[in-house]
Design a protein around this ligand. Structure first.
Ligand code: CTP
Ligand code: MG
Length: 235
């Protein structure tokens, strides 16, 4: 079974909306999270979907799932304090229904423009490597600075990629990584911003699927404007 996990448990603090987290903003008649879920709903390789969101928004989410005739959502899990905890909650929500070799595709709800190709490529790469990250080659030179005042180094651009989502794994691999990480005392857990960080720390190999620029994450108001204009012109 191939299961998509949609993380919609954040507060969207950098977006600065007062009435709702960014994933619930309406874009041309549909909340962002529904645009995102629909990409997986229509993908024939996806069998079921788990959505993570705060208790406060679960009723609205359930209403939208009915309203937009979404059939594949099988689990709605509670958000965690951090993205990692939200991913852990998703793994726990599905645990009684999955097998070790099932493929789990974890995606940010804030990336509504994900393409079918990226979803399919993630699944194919997991079949080869057991784990897969979605990346795009760095087009600008990336500068490293430790203090934010001076350049530290300029790493070779050909070795640098920007990470997107989905990040996808065989269930047994991502489960082990999360069990290892959360078995550490809270103050000893290294800071990680994504699921691949944890999986890499557990010693697993991770393949790469090509993302694309349109699979951008809505982080600030500028991103929302860009995403809206892309949705408008592609309708
Ligand atoms: N996310 C989540 N649970 C959290 C934090 C984040 O499910 N505790 C989800 C968000 O809803 C988002 C994705 O992870 O779809 C990527 O996170 P990010 O873009 O950082 O979203 P937020 O944390 O909501 O935004 P910010 O960091 O600006 O507060
Ligand atoms: Mg965040």
């Amino acid at each position: 079974m191939n299961i998509a996990v949609i993380l919609a448990g954040g507060t969207g603090s950098r977006m600065g909306m007062v009435d709702r987290p960014k994933q619930f903003i309406d874009i041309y008649g549909k909340p962002v999270v529904i645009h995102t879920i629909e990409a997986f709903e229509i993908n024939e390789n996806i069998d079921a979907v788990c959505v993570i969101c705060t208790k406060e928004w679960q009723e609205d989410l359930s209403i939208w799932i009915k309203e937009y005739d979404i059939r594949k959502v099988r689990w709605i899990g509670d958000a965690g304090k951090t993205r990692q905890e939200s991913s852990l909650n998703a793994l726990n929500a599905i645990k009684d229904d999955v097998r070790d070799d099932d493929i789990i595709i974890i995606h940010d709800s804030a990336r509504p423009l994900i393409s079918q190709r990226i979803i399919n490529e993630n699944i194919e790469k997991v079949k080869v490597y057991g784990a897969c990250d979605t990346v795009i080659p760095a087009q600008d030179t990336i500068i490293r600075s430790v203090d934010g005042e001076h350049l530290e180094s300029i790493p070779a651009r050909r070795e640098l990629y920007l990470g997107q989502t989905p990040q996808s794994f065989r269930y047994s691999i991502v489960r082990k990584a999360y069990d290892d990480y959360f078995s550490l005392p809270e103050n000893e857990r290294p800071v990680m911003t994504d699921d691949c960080g944890l999986v890499l720390a557990s010693g697993a190999k991770i393949g790469m699927a090509m993302g694309d620029k349109l699979n951008m994450k809505m982080t600030t108001m500028e991103d929302l404007l860009l995403i809206k204009s892309i949705v408008r012109t592609s309708r």
